[in-house]
Structure formats: structure tokens, C-alpha cells
Write a protein that binds this ligand. Sequence first.
Ligand code: CTP
Length: 407
Amino acid sequence: MISSEKKAQNRFRIVLGGKNILLGVTGSIAVYKSIDIIRGLTKEGATVRVVMTESASHFIAPLTFEAVSGNRAYTDISGEHLNHINLSRDAQVFVIAPATANTINKLSCGIADNALTTTWLAYKGITVIVPAMNSRMYENPIVQKNIRELEKLGVIFVGPEQGNLICGEEGIGRMADVGDIIEAVRSALTPKDLSGHNILVTAGPTRESLDPIRFISNRSSGKMGFAIAASALRRGAKATLVSGPTSQHPPKGVSFISVENTAEMREAVLENLPCSTAVIMTAAIADFSPVSISKSKIKKTDALTINLEPTSDILKELGRKKGRRILIGFAAETGKNIKNAKDKLKDKNLDLIVLNDITQEGAGFDVDTNIVTIIDRRGEVTDYPLMKKTEIADIILSRMLQLKSKR
Ligand code: CTP
């Protein structure tokens, strides 16, 4: 395996692995979510140290944070020599979640009157602030002004979200989801090697209706395509994701187009082709659709014959229209059929084809992992071991980048 691929393979793991993260916790009812932030970050190999305000410790005791993080949680640094300096020097990211209006205002003005604000004032790295407050406080012009001031300094804000607030009101102010916060930390630490790229990704199955109730489809979960779109975005690209029906949540920041059948997917893909620099077709597209869709429910009979016709081959059409774009297809097969994949690559005028044998354990549909073989136009075949789909996503994007740099 060439070294750039090895790097890509490890990219996802190393983004958070070995990193020191400071978690600043302030006194908001949303403080319970901070526990899950620690869990999520440490699961990916980061070390988390907590600095809390006194009012945060009224909601959850420092001991709880110490137990979950495995490190001391700091509430008071006044009696100790240079703790704020040591803590701030060692950290690569300072996440403040939940962040109250009071703390945001203090940070913006450079006030250092507690362990959290003093440590932040001495800190020079990436800051991610996750506000949580009542909507009227959030919309207060002073808070808004201070958020903008901090943004100008490069501080990253995640949320807040719209929804039901603890005070019984509805509005903006809910703390962002833990998954989005962790993704923001990953993204902040990820080199933007795909900036300037516009990646069009397809995902999931397509559904071809038989009648108002039934359809023909397949087992695709969409996980691979969603992982590619998320990774492209994290690495600085713009990402457009065209997906058939799945239970996946579109990554925040991805331009998401939901479709049902192959004809809709074709239309969305062709519409977005002109502004894309690369297309990655992970979608498991139904190869056939019923010749006609029954307007009423098809009733039970002794035997049923359904006439099917081929759907349009979107990838093949893209192969004719791709211009200088990199075009990557997938081949899900029962068996490792290299010859078949090579034929598909040639027939559809692809730059790369990603072959996976869905019969292997840990590979294929509806699992978080896959075992793939990537074949290029020269016929070079690279086998990859069992990996997370998130890792494979990074490998595919790095292979795409390599090809692009040669164009
Ligand atoms: N594909 C497509 N349009 C179709 C069928 C497939 O764009 N109507 C794309 C898929 O998204 C995938 C690639 O073509 O990237 C290969 O799909 P696959 O189903 O493996 O191959 P087919 O060309 O359908 O051939 P076969 O089913 O006979 O293996």
C-alpha cells in the first residue's frame, strides 16, 4: 500500500486519537450532555480535561466529570500554581459546552474571573463554543455582538438549535446534539486538503413502485455514501448528497437531496453535475422498474407476473458526460469478481471502481464496515482489509485527489 493511502487509512483514527481536549462546562441545564461529549471524544482516543464554573458544579458535581474523563476536573485554580497555563498549553481544542450567555460575554471581553475564563484567556488553540440558553438571551443584541466578535477571532460556534427549551418556551437556544459537537471538533482538527472541490455523492437504494403500497428495492443502508459526504465536508470540500430512502441523518452542511426512484436520482445527479469536480456513485440503484405502476393495490392471486424494464444507467451516462471530472463507481458483487469490475470500469468510463464482495463477513449492506478492492483505469488492483466505512470514505477521497492532481 502506498504511503498516502496508509495516511488516509489512519486519518479518521488519528484526528482525535492522542489529542488533548479541554472541556469548559458552564452552568446550564444542558450540562448533562457534557458527559456524553467526554464519552464520545475519549472513545476516539482523545484525552479530555474538564474546567468548570462554580455554577456548573451546582448541576453536576466535578466528581462525575472526573469519573467519566479519568482526569481531575478543575473548578478553582486560585490556590494552585500555574494550572491555567499548563492546562491551556497542552490542549489542541478548547470546547466550551454548554456555554451560557454570561460566559460568552465574558470571553468576548477578555474577563478572567474563574477557572474556565482564566484558562481560556491563556489558551491559543482552536475554540469551539456550544451555546445553550433561553432564546431571548440568545437573541439579545449584546450576546449576538459578542458571538460575532468571537467568530471574527476564529472561534467556531456549534448551534444553538431551534426547539423546546427547558423554560417551557419554544425557540432558538437548545444546545447542539453531541454528535454535531464531536463532528465539529473532528472537522476543526482535519486538514482541508479538499478545499475548492465540489463532490457529488449518491447513496442508498432506489425504490421502484409496483402499486401504492409496494415497491422493489434493495438492502442498501446508505452508510457508505453518507460517510463519504461527511468526510468530504470535513476535509474542506463542498458536498452534495443525493440519496434514496435511508434511516441515515444527512451530515450538517452537506447539500442534501432526497429522492425515491432511479428517475428522480438521475434528474438530481444531472442537475448537479455541472458544478461538481468529482462524482462518487455509491447508490445501489434498482436495475429494473415495473413497466406500469398499478393505481390500486394489486390483489392476491395464485400467481403474479410483473413485467419489468431496465432503469437508466446513471453512471454510464455520467461516463459520457463527465468531462474532466473524476468518476468513481461501486460494484457490489456476490464474490470477488475482479474481471467483472474491470469490465464495468471500462464500460462506464470510470476513473476508479470500488469492488466489494457482499458475501464476506463485515462487508456490504447495513454494516459499519466493509472490505473493498479499488481498481484504477490502468488495471491496478489494491486490496484493503476490513475497515470502518468512515475510513474507506477517506481512502476513496484521497485516491480521487491523487487522480485529480494528475489531470
Ligand atoms: N448504477 C447506475 N445506474 C444503474 C445501475 C447502477 O448508476 N441503473 C451505478 C451504481 O451506483 C454503481 C455502479 O453503477 O456505482 C455499478 O452498479 P452495479 O449494480 O454493481 O452494476 P450494474 O451496472 O447494475 O451491473 P450488474 O447489476 O449486472 O452487476
